[in-house]
Design a protein. Structure first.
Length: 328
């Protein structure tokens, strides 16, 4: 009798504490209502934005090494002035402002802004975005005010607000144009680019010449072994004709990464038509300027000339995105 009571007590204890998976089935993670997910404290900037207030930003001024506090829209005007021609249609400048505002908030949310400086943003383009407050004019101010507080979102999240100068005949997916290693964002699409007619001749067709030493240095920067550079060729092209893989001798590298290592202003794009090796020179012939993902700036110019609104310009290049106004 005593033994039966002991067994009954053990069974009751197991049922109360939930320790018997045979009775309860497989363990499952608690729902958010059962136990809130632990998250990093949200930044002050994001808190203000979601509360409908214009945030203030801590911006590292690369040229002087100082940190300056400025209103978000004040900072944004300097970005737009640096990223797009300031005499362009206001609607195109405003579309650029929407993307720059989105980029800033997405970078703060995903990366903490510029953690190497301990600030929200930086004026060095390699660290964050281009910035030039000396180029701000009345047209830029009008454009920023026109879309004040507006951001592009997909299902409630800030999009990766990519853009390039001239994407050629069609824009690229992130995997093709950027060698993006993560899952392709659902809002990125390849579209016919209306900017072909307006783009400058030097971006429509160009030739870039590099020495073999420059090619070897680029490979070394990519942690790839550099050989004699007897052959440089396009190994694989993507859907829009971009060189997604380039072969140097027996080494294959991502075209987008190779362009950055070689110099993105020298090798303007990976929309390449021909690569030749002659003597010590490697010659690339191609079209376009930039990675070609997201909004094409010359395309934005063309759409603005057609009378499209800033929101329509952004939505032409990004699939199923919403344009939301976070603050007035």
């Amino acid at each position: 009798m005593t033994r039966n009571r002991m067994l009954l007590g053990i069974l009751l204890l197991v049922l109360v504490t939930g320790g018997c998976s045979l009775l309860r089935g497989p363990e499952k993670a608690p729902s958010p209502r059962e136990k809130p997910r632990e998250e990093e404290p949200q930044s002050r900037v994001l808190q203000m934005a979601e509360a409908g207030e214009e945030p203030t930003l801590q911006v590292f001024i690369h040229e002087t090494g100082e940190t300056r506090e400025m209103e978000f829209e004040e900072y944004l005007a300097g970005v737009v002035a640096a990223e797009m021609k300031t005499d362009w249609p206001v609607e195109a400048l405003a579309a650029q402002a929407i993307l720059a505002r989105t980029f800033t908030l997405e970078a703060i949310k995903s990366k903490g802004g510029t953690p190497m400086h301990g600030t929200d943003a930086c004026t060095l383009v390699e660290h964050f975005q281009a910035y030039d407050d000396t180029a701000v004019n009345d047209r830029v101010r009008e454009a920023v005010e026109m879309c004040r507080g507006m951001v592009a979102t997909y299902k409630g999240d800030y999009i990766k607000a990519w853009f390039s100068a001239y994407a050629g005949e069609k824009t690229a997916t992130a995997k093709e144009g950027l060698a993006f290693r993560e899952e392709e964002p659902p809002y990125i699409k390849s579209v016919k680019n209306p900017g072909v007619e307006h783009a400058p001749a030097e971006d429509k067709e160009w030739t870039a010449v590099f020495s073999k030493d420059q090619i070897r240095a680029a490979l070394a920067e990519m942690n790839q072994e550099a050989g004699p550079v007897d052959e440089v060729a396009i190994a694989e092209k993507g859907p829009t004709g971009r060189a997604v893989t380039i072969r140097i001798d027996d080494t294959e590298v991502a075209g987008a990464d190779f362009r950055i290592a070689l110099g993105s202003t020298e090798l303007k794009s990976i929309l390449l038509d021909e690569i030749t090796v002659a003597g010590n020179d490697v010659t690339f012939k191609g079209r376009g300027y930039g990675h070609g993902v997201g909004m094409c700036q010359w395309g934005a110019y063309a759409l603005a000339k057609e009378g499209r609104s800033p929101e329509e310009i952004v939505q032409y290049y990004f699939e199923d995105v919403e344009i939301e106004r976070l603050w007035d």
